[in-house]
Each structure stands twice: as C-alpha cells, then as structure tokens.
Design a binder for this molecule. Structure first.
Ligand SMILES: [Zn+2]
Length: 193
C-alpha cells in the first residue's frame, strides 16, 4: 500500500529524477480522476497502471474512490493489485470537483479507444470543465467511455482541432487527428446527434 501526501509531489524541482516525476504524474492524474468522477462510489477510470512487471506494461486501470474532504483518495489497479492512498488532495491544482451545480443537459456516452483517452489526457489548453470530462473517462472493455453533453463535446472537439493545428511533432499530430476523428464520428452516429 503506497501512502502518499499530494503536497510532497507538487512543485517538484526541475532536477527531480524520472521515477519521482512519473510517480507525481501518476498520483496527480488519480486525484484528477477521483475528483472528476462521483464521490462515494468506487469506479474504474481509464488511467493505466504505472507498473511494468517483467518489462511489460500492466494492462490494468486505476480503480478510484473519493469519499469526502479530509479523507484520503483510495486507488487500486484492476489487475495487479498495486494500491495506495493520497491525502491532502483538497483544493490542489488537480482537484476538479465542481464548484457549482451541473447543468441537466442530456449526457451521451461515447466509446473511445484507450489511445484516444490517453491523447485527450495530454491536451495542454483545457478549461476545467473539459479537464473534468476527460479525467472522468471510465474504463470499458479494454477501451473507455467518455460521458459528455453536446456542448462539452463541441468544446472538446474544438480544443483537439486547435491543438492539432499547432502541433509541430508529427506523431503527436497524428494522435490528435485520430482523437479528432473519433470524437467527430461520435457526433455523427444516428442516435440523436
Ligand atoms: Zn497494475
């Protein structure tokens, strides 16, 4: 059981070694997922496991549980049993809890690939609503499910397109284009879009 205090992982100096930086990223992503999703319920996010037993990436995803403030976030891998708790997540940069009531617009559930989910998590310029939607992506049959309203999805597609247009790295641009295509296709399925 990995017991961590998020405050120890914020503002790491630039010379921090890779493993510590990767752990910091892992923990901050878990906090984002746990605060983006519903409180009081255990759910499986699309965040991949950080472990590489025998040099192969563990295929598991992070199962997260957030209950209330002042209570650590719990996380666990769906496959290998890697698990931990994170305290002091409240009011951090990665705390995506809503500050106001959500709108009651209908939410569509869009099945996307794990690759697309990973690309979305790397988007640089997101408002908090988009970031919350991305970190609330759930694991589903080896892929993922994005829950979004029409407006959310429009905004997300716009962000992906803008970033793809300005991306100098060709491989990353291809990943952004693939994500754009997947989201765009979802808006064109016949079930009421
Ligand atoms: Zn694992």
């Amino acid at each position: 059981m990995l017991v961590t205090d998020l405050h120890h992982f914020l503002d790491l100096p630039p010379d921090t070694p890779g493993p510590a930086r990767r752990l910091a990223e892992h923990l901050s992503n878990i906090v984002r997922a746990a605060t983006a999703g519903d409180a009081g319920t255990t759910w499986e996010s699309a965040l991949p496991c950080r472990r590489r037993p025998a040099n192969r990436r563990c295929p598991g995803q992070m199962i997260v549980l957030r209950t209330e403030p002042q209570t650590p976030i719990r996380w666990k891998c769906s496959v290998c049993g890697d698990e931990g708790v994170i305290s002091n997540w409240e009011e951090s940069l990665f705390d995506l809890r809503r500050q106001r009531l959500a709108l009651a617009d209908p939410v569509h559930e869009i099945v996307i690939g794990a690759e697309v989910a990973a690309t979305l998590r790397e988007l640089q310029f997101l408002d908090t609503d988009c970031e919350r939607m991305i970190f609330a992506i759930r694991a589903h049959n080896g892929g993922a499910i994005l829950a979004a309203t029409d407006d959310d999805l429009d905004e997300l597609i716009g962000s992906v397109a803008a970033e793809a247009n300005h991306e100098p790295n060709r491989r990353r641009q291809q990943r952004l284009d693939a994500a754009f295509g997947a989201l765009n296709a979802a808006t064109q399925t016949p079930d009421g879009w």
